[in-house]
Design a protein around this ligand. Sequence first.
Ligand code: BG6
Length: 489
Amino acid sequence: LAESTVSITVVGASGDLAKKKIFPALFALFYEDYLPKHFTVFGYARSKLTDEELRDTIGQTLTCRVNKRENCGDKMEQFLKRCFYHSGQYGSEVDFCKLDEKLKEKEEGKIPNRLFYLSIPPNIFVDVVRGASRSASSPNGWTRFIVEKPFGRDSESSSELTRCLKMYLAEDQIFRIDHYLGKELVENLSVLRFSNLVFEPLWSRNYIRNVQLIFSEDFGTEGRGGYFDHYGIIRDIMQNHLLQILALFAMETPVSLDAEDIRNEKVKVLRSMRVLKLDDVVVGQYKGHTKGGKSYPAYTDDPTVPKGSVTPTFAAAALFIDNARWDGVPFLMKAGKALYRRGAEIRVQFRHVPGNLYKGKFGTDLDKATNELVIRVQPDEAIYLKINNKIPGLGMRLDSSNLNLHYSERYSREIPDAYERLLLDAIEGERRLFIRSDELDAAWAIFSPLLRELEEKRVAPELYPYGSRGPVGAHYLAAKYNVRWGDLT
Ligand code: BG6
C-alpha cells in the first residue's frame, strides 16, 4: 500500500494571520504528534525569501504551548526543517506550476494530498484558487482550500464569490473557516445541550426568556483600520462569529454528529430567522478618551480610516427565530471594539419560577435573580449556572450563587488554539466546523438588507469613549424587549 503525504501551503505566508496563528497552530499540532507522519509546509508569497529566511521569521512566533518541556527546541528544529518557501505572484499559473514541481520533489512518490490555506485579501481569492487548482492540484490524492472571511460584503457579493470559487472547486474542497467554531467552549455547546438531561428539555421559549451573545474587545482597530472600515463590526463579528454560535445554540437536534446533519440543522435555523431591521439595531463608534493621564485615540484618528467615517465599531441587535421552539425569544447580540474589557460570553436567562413561594421575601429580588446559564467562551473559560440559594444560618435569607465549572481549575490540559482544531479537521477532511455555502447564504440574508440601509442612509453611529461600556442605546434596545444585559464576568 502506497504511503501518503500532506503538503500544507500557506498562501500569504508573510501576513499577520499566518505568522501569529497558522504557523504556530501547525507547530502545536506537530508538537503533539497530530500531523501525519509525512508532511511539508510551504509558505507562498510575493516577497523573495529563502527557506532559511522563512524559517527565521516563523521561528520567532512559534510559541511552544508546552514550553516547559525540554525537547521543545528540538521539536521546533524538526518542524522548521519541514518548512519551505516559494515566491510567486498570486495570480500566476506559471508560479503555481513551479510550486507544483517543488511539492512533487518533497512528496517523493507518495500519494500527495494538498491543503492550501488562503491567508490573503479576498480580492485575490479567486486568482489564487484558479492558479493553484489548475497548476498545483494533487493528481491522485485530495486537494482542499481553506478560506477565511470576509466572504463578500453582502448576499450578492458573497454569492458571486461562491460562484467563482465553484468554477474551479467542488463544494467539498472548500473549507470556509470561522475560527469561533474552533473555540473549545463553542464546540462544547452541542455536548452541553445534547448529552445532559438537565439542559435540553429547558432549551426553548417555554423556559428561556432571552439569550445574549456578547463579544467585547478592549482595544481598537489599531493598524487594521483600512480593512475594518470597509466591513465594520456587524460584518466582522456578528454576521459570522456570533451568528454561528447562535445557530449551534438554537438548532434542532441533528440526526447524527455527521457534518452534513449538523450543517443541515444550522441552515434550517438560520433560514427561520427574521431579517434584521434597523429598528432593532444600535450602532456605535469609539471616540478618543483620556483616562489616568493616558489618552486613547478615536476610531477616526486611525490614519487608515477615512475622515468622517460612519463605520460602526460597536453594534447591538435583537434577533428573532420564527419557529415553534423560539417564537418570541429575543436573541440579543452585542459586539464592540475599544470597550472596557475583552471577553466573549453566551448568557441564557431563564424565566421566572411560576408562583415562586420565595418571591418578595427573604432579601432577594427574585424578579431580577432568575436562573442564568453563562458560557464564558473567553478568556478564562467557564460554564456556570446562577441559582437562588439559602444563605447558611438560622435565618432565611436567599442569595444568587453560582454552580461553577471553571476550566482552569477543573482541567489541567491547556486549551488549544481554535486554529489547531480547525487545521487538524481540514487535514482529516472533517467538515463539521466549516461553513457550507447554503449556510453562508442564509447568514447573509439576515443581515444584508440592514447593512445596505445603514450605508445608504449613512446612519450616524452613537459615539462612546474608548474603554467604556459602549453606547447607552444598547440598553434601550434591550429594554424594549424587557431585557437587561448581563455584565461580562
Ligand atoms: C476576527 C476579527 O475574525 O476575530 C477581528 O476580524 C477580531 O476583528 C478577532 O479581533 C477576534 O478573535 P479572538 O479569537 O481574538 O476573539
